[in-house]
Design a protein around this ligand. Structure first.
Ligand code: AMP
Length: 396
């Protein structure tokens, strides 16, 4: 049982339903270039419409300072209509007379998109009066935008405090996956954290060592740990000034009984370039003129054996410079192994955060993971153990 109110508890028939969605889609020349976010919110829109609710979509787009035609959601309304295969009306403002008229014109099952909520300063300030203006337009509030839930804005948090509020289906799927990943996981749990830098993931590492049974550290950030343990990392990307932080994280892991798995070998090159001449060295024998660009085969073996021992995997960040071959191989091998374990029903695998989605797509296994979050910042804050305001407001 989820600890959140969902559409199963909502009485939608004939109701004006304000639905917060993520339509912050990439655009080029007025055309949507990647419709993933649109696809993700279709089930919730369809369900509310089919149950006789009037669907009123609320979303932000970009970071406008006030009203700016370049950041209008109007072209996005057309794209939503195309994917939904149903008309989507558009109102030039998200509050006031224009919005009220558009809402009044809706019949049960109709869909309307309101203009960019960030055209009003009250949105990001979570201003009470702005929340009240939005709330006038609806009877019920549904939040289907997990990716915006780390912000306490009017349309992501304020509305949930003043209207009966529910999680949409995409939000629900994300919350269920995150609960299975860290909050109430099947143990043992292994986390893989990679990517460029320790500095951007200190909170995340500190939170994970307290919660998981084993933590694999890979990517550029592993170099900082290797340097902190007194070894040479040559020309590798490493934040040497964070050696003390790395040692503190290792100590915290020891206290929490969390095994830390660091690379034992590295695929190295003299330059950061695709197909650069490369060699694998033991981690205690990295030459001065080389940089570690991927985990070596012995490290992959250890990582895969940790994955085999686990019932749950949480993954953020690539194990190497996966954008440039052949330094993608460690990431690809571990991703494929995790995908195979998941397909065999032996592993719950939850991955997310920026480059991780790209890396799993590159390995061709994103669809085989139990859940891949595209939420970026919100997913990372969740990994950091922070309460997400938009999620907290939906708790039963
Ligand atoms: P992040 O956004 O922190 O997850 O970092 C992802 C980036 O880290 C990717 O662009 C990778 O190319 C980069 N990366 C991973 N491993 C290494 C490495 N060993 N050396 C340099 N960059 C790396």
């Amino acid at each position: 049982m989820t600890a959140f109110r969902t559409l199963d508890q909502a009485n939608l028939k004939g109701k004006r339903v304000l639905v917060r969605v993520d339509l912050n889609v990439p655009m080029d020349n007025g055309k949507v270039t990647d419709a993933t976010r649109i696809e993700r919110v279709l089930p919730t829109i369809r369900e509310i419409a089919e149950k006789g609710g009037k669907v009123i979509l609320l979303a932000h787009f970009g970071r406008p300072k006030g009203r700016d035609p370049k950041e209008s959601l109007k072209p996005v309304a057309e794209a939503v209509a195309k994917h939904l295969k149903k008309a989507v009306a558009f109102a030039d403002d998200c509050i006031g007379e224009v919005a009220a008229k558009a809402v009044a014109a809706l019949k049960d099952g109709d869909v309307l998109l309101l203009e960019n909520t960030r055209f009003h300063a009250g949105e990001e300030k979570n201003d009470k009066d702005f929340v009240a203006e939005l709330a006038k337009l609806g009877d019920i509030y549904v939040n289907d935008a997990f990716s915006a839930a780390h912000r306490a804005h009017a349309s992501t948090e304020g509305l949930a405090r003043v209207l009966p509020s529910f999680a949409g289906r995409t939000m629900q799927a994300e919350l269920d996956a995150l609960t299975k990943g860290l909050e109430a996981p099947a143990r043992p749990v292994v986390a893989i954290v990679g990517g460029a830098k320790v500095s951007s993931k200190i909170d995340l590492l500190e939170n994970l060592v307290a919660k998981v049974d084993a933590l694999v550290i890979g990517g550029g950030m592993a170099n900082t740990f290797i340097h902190a343990s007194g070894l040479n990392v040559g020309k590798s990307l490493a934040e040497k000034d964070l050696a003390a932080t790395a040692l503190r994280i290792i100590e915290k892991a020891r206290e929490a009984n969390c095994a830390i798995i660091l690379p034992v070998d590295g695929v190295c090159a003299k330059e950061f370039k695709a197909h650069a001449e490369n060699h694998t060295y033991g981690i205690d024998a990295i030459p001065d003129d080389q940089m570690i660009l991927d985990v070596g085969s012995q490290s992959v073996e250890r990582i895969n054996s940790a994955i085999s021992d686990a019932k749950t995997l949480v993954w953020n960040g690539p194990l190497g410079a996966f954008e440039i071959a052949p330094f993608d191989q460690g990431t690809v091998a571990a991703a494929r192994h995790a995908a195979a374990r998941t397909k065999a029903g032996k592993l719950v695998s939850v991955a997310g955060g920026g480059d991780t989605v790209a890396a799993l797509n590159h390995a061709g296994v994103a669809d085989d993971f139990s859940y891949v979050s595209t939420a970026g910042g919100a997913f990372l804050e969740w990994l950091e153990g922070k309460a997400l305001p938009g999620v907290e407001a939906l708790r039963v």
